[in-house]
Design a protein around this ligand. Structure first.
Ligand SMILES: Nc1ncnc2c1ncn2[C@@H]1O[C@H](COP(=O)(O)OP(=O)(O)OP(=O)(O)O)[C@@H](O)[C@H]1O
Length: 229
């Protein structure tokens, strides 16, 4: 099991965000994306998750390339971004059931739902509408989605925001168990999660003179066409 990121670059809004980013994640390993605000950590994670087209370089997950085998890569990843993708009118359990049924049917989905409620200490909140949950509770609900499927690569963007100390420790234990099972994770965070087998990768914004591309020449390669979406 491996993730190979080679010479990755990203052009957004006609601007090179970063370029020449290379790293490798093996089974049981965590890569922590570091860098100042605006460096491109979220952008990188969204690229790895197949949500933004790869501008330059290659991403290969277990032999499948993000360009050629987009679906095969996406089916092996679980992405949790800043927005928790929670449906506010649905209860905690209903949100989890909805997500569980994406990757499993009937009894298996129900079993995963019960396990996730337990694992993420959400059982006492099962019937609470998501809109009535606190920020930290919502974050735990969003992260519990990771436990509803069996995907080998977790891509997590600042997952500990709004979590209290106990919840951060719980999260770190769950990530460690995922790695101990031979899986992989890439996490953007500013804190130290205290996880074994973690390696830092620095992302530096491409601000050096000459780093910015000729935007006119690259306009047709810009997936956003300059739209600030
Ligand atoms: N939709 C977009 N269109 C154009 N540029 C964007 C878009 N989204 C983000 N950017 C720019 O890309 C750069 C990298 O943003 P990104 O969110 O990846 O940084 P980050 O390292 O995750 O920052 P932070 O630590 O603040 O979360 C920033 O300069 C940002 O303004």
């Amino acid at each position: 099991m491996s993730l190979l990121v080679s010479d990755l670059g990203c052009l957004r809004g006609g601007r090179m965000i970063f370029s020449g980013l290379s790293f490798e994640v093996a089974a049981g390993e965590l890569t922590v994306l570091r860098g100042p605000n605006g460096a491109g950590k979220s952008t990188c994670l969204r690229m790895l998750a197949g949500l933004i087209p790869v501008t330059d370089g290659t991403v290969t997950l277990n032999g499948a390339s993000l360009g050629a085998d987009h679906d095969a890569v996406q089916e092996q990843t679980s992405y949790a971004g800043h927005l928790d993708a929670i449906k506010p009118q649905m209860s905690v359990a209903e949100n989890l059931r909805f997500w569980a049924r994406i990757d499993a049917d009937g009894p298996q989905a129900d079993a995963r739902l019960a396990d996730a409620l337990d694992l993420w200490h959400l059982a006492p909140l099962a019937d609470r509408p998501a809109f009535a949950c606190s920020a930290g509770q919502k974050r735990r609900l969003g992260l519990a989605r990771l436990s509803l499927s069996d995907r080998p690569l977790w891509l997590l963007d600042e997952p500990t925001v709004a979590l209290d100390r106990d919840a951060v420790a719980l999260f770190a234990r769950i990530v460690q168990a995922h790695l101990d099972a031979g899986r992989m994770a890439v996490i953007a965070t500013h804190i130290d999660l205290g996880i074994k087998a973690a390696r830092d990768v620095q992302i530096r914004p491409a601000t050096a003179p000459g780093a910015a591309p000729d935007t006119a020449a690259n306009a047709d390669r810009d997936p956003f066409g300059g739209d600030w979406t």
